[in-house]
Write a protein that binds this ligand. Structure first.
Ligand code: AMP
Ligand code: MG
Length: 417
């Protein structure tokens, strides 16, 4: 059952929406889980909700070293108050000391529970203590320098949702509720198949007209960074029988990424062979640079729908199309809740001219201060130029309707992970 017109080249927005739609269907499917220690869960996807085991904070917490008192007692300054006790972090005021009353205060350290009767903490910097009294030179409002009980989260409140990608703040949250082990979705296996008669293994000495297989490695690195397991298949020649065999092998994984062989050349056989497998193809190109010849579809295999992406072989195109189109599929297969591409903005350093028609993702470097972020294109020789991508730290996004962007204008950037 082959479908889709042989030439369905979509706009970037439509191609991305198409992938997101299929990713959402994959995301809805049930998947296996495993129990991992929290550090091993880094960059993986949570398969359970994590709830607060108590209020956060569990007591009204002082956020400054100073004196806990009644804010009203500081209505005329300087004020002199009697110090009736001291509270270090991890302790509380002995019950016999009683609550803080008007005219009294308690010396308190950051992280300690604020004693009953007090409603603010004045910072030690505005005080001078002599004997059992303290003179205070600055007023406070009720609530100053105190985080009330339960103000960050209440007991049993969900703090991390199933489907969250785990990074260091999520690890901090899990640790703070005492979860040393967490339920995590199993990693999807992502097959990587580089094609091309000119492509040789990186351990081989390439002949004068050959090139080393960098795409299998950049793709494997991108798959690892996406929290999945890469399965690097042998290089496929531009020859039907072997290509067919290796595609079949790739269909055992949850997603098949191919590189090369999807352009208009005589030996670009990938799309044709995928169609021989009965592939349903959703698009055969996207109006982007780099990465225009990209094929997205699925093949029914053993009662399951296996998705594939035929990425262009030019190394920059392979890298960019992975981030734009393979990422959402891998996220979905990993159980991660759908997320949109995240763009940031910076000021263009120098005038830029282009031809309209394509959404461009050009290697660039963002630099400068937070108040004046600037971006500059790195000298780029086109889709084959991986050296300039390695020098870049983002991709400058040029919308398809623009012919020029003036220096100083704000432009969108896709940060490079
Ligand atoms: P293709 O998409 O097959 O027409 O390839 C486009 C360009 O990318 C050609 O210059 C190829 O030599 C190069 N290329 C294809 N596959 C790889 C690979 N695995 N590693 C590095 N470069 C590649
Ligand atoms: Mg090729």
């Amino acid at each position: 059952m082959a479908s889709t017109a042989p030439n369905s080249v979509l706009s970037f927005a439509d191609a991305r929406a198409c992938v997101e739609q299929h990713a959402a269907m994959l995301h809805a499917q049930a998947r296996e889980t495993e129990l991992l220690s929290i550090l091993d869960s880094l960059n993986r996807v949570l398969a359970e909700d994590i709830a607060a085991d108590r209020d956060f904070p569990p007591f009204p917490r002082a956020t400054r070293d100073g004196f806990a008192l009644r804010a009203q007692d500081l209505s005329s300054l300087p004020a002199k108050l009697k110090v009736i006790g001291q509270i270090k972090a991890g302790t509380s005021l002995p019950p016999e000391v009683g609550p803080v009353m008007s005219g009294t205060c308690v010396e308190i350290m950051t992280g300690a529970p604020v004693p009953d009767g007090s409603d603010a903490v004045v910072m030690v910097e505005y005080t001078s203590a002599t004997g059992d009294h303290v003179e205070i030179t600055r007023g406070v409002k009720s609530g100053d320098n105190i985080v009330p009980t339960g103000s960050e989260a209440h007991a049993n409140q969900i703090l991390l949702k199933c489907g969250s990608r785990i990074s260091y703040p999520q690890i901090a949250v899990a640790a703070s509720v005492g979860k040393s082990k967490v339920s995590i979705y199993r990693k999807p296996r992502i097959a990587i198949l580089s094609t091309g008669d000119e492509v040789v293994d990186i351990s081989a000495t390439p002949g004068p007209n050959q090139i080393r297989n960098s795409n299998s490695f950049s793709l494997a690195a991108q798959v690892l960074a996406a929290g999945a397991d890469p399965v690097q298949l042998p290089i496929a020649p531009d020859e039907r029988t072997r290509l067919r065999e290796l595609i079949e092998d790739g269909l055992y994984s949850e997603l098949l990424l191919l590189s090369g062989g999807v352009s208009m050349g005589k030996f670009d056989l990938v799309e044709e062979i995928l169609r021989e497998f009965g592939a349903e193809i959703f698009f055969t190109g996207a109006m982007i640079q780099p990465g225009k010849p990209i094929v997205f579809g699925r093949i029914s295999k053993g009662g399951k729908q296996k998705y594939f992406l035929g990425l262009p072989g030019n190394p920059t195109s392979t890298m960019v199309t992975f981030e734009l189109f393979a990422r959402p599929m891998i996220d979905a297969l990993s159980g991660a809740s759908p997320s949109s591409l995240l763009f940031v903005q910076a000021k263009l350093k120098a005038d830029f001219k282009t031809k309209p028609g394509l959404t461009r993702f050009l290697p660039a470097r963002v630099f400068g201060s937070h108040a004046n972020p600037e971006v500059e294109l790195v000298g780029w020789q086109g889709s084959g130029d991986i050296v300039s991508v390695a020098r870049a730290n983002c991709f400058l996004v040029v919308p398809p309707d623009l012919e020029r962007i003036a220096a100083g204008e704000f432009v969108s950037l896709l940060p490079r992970s």
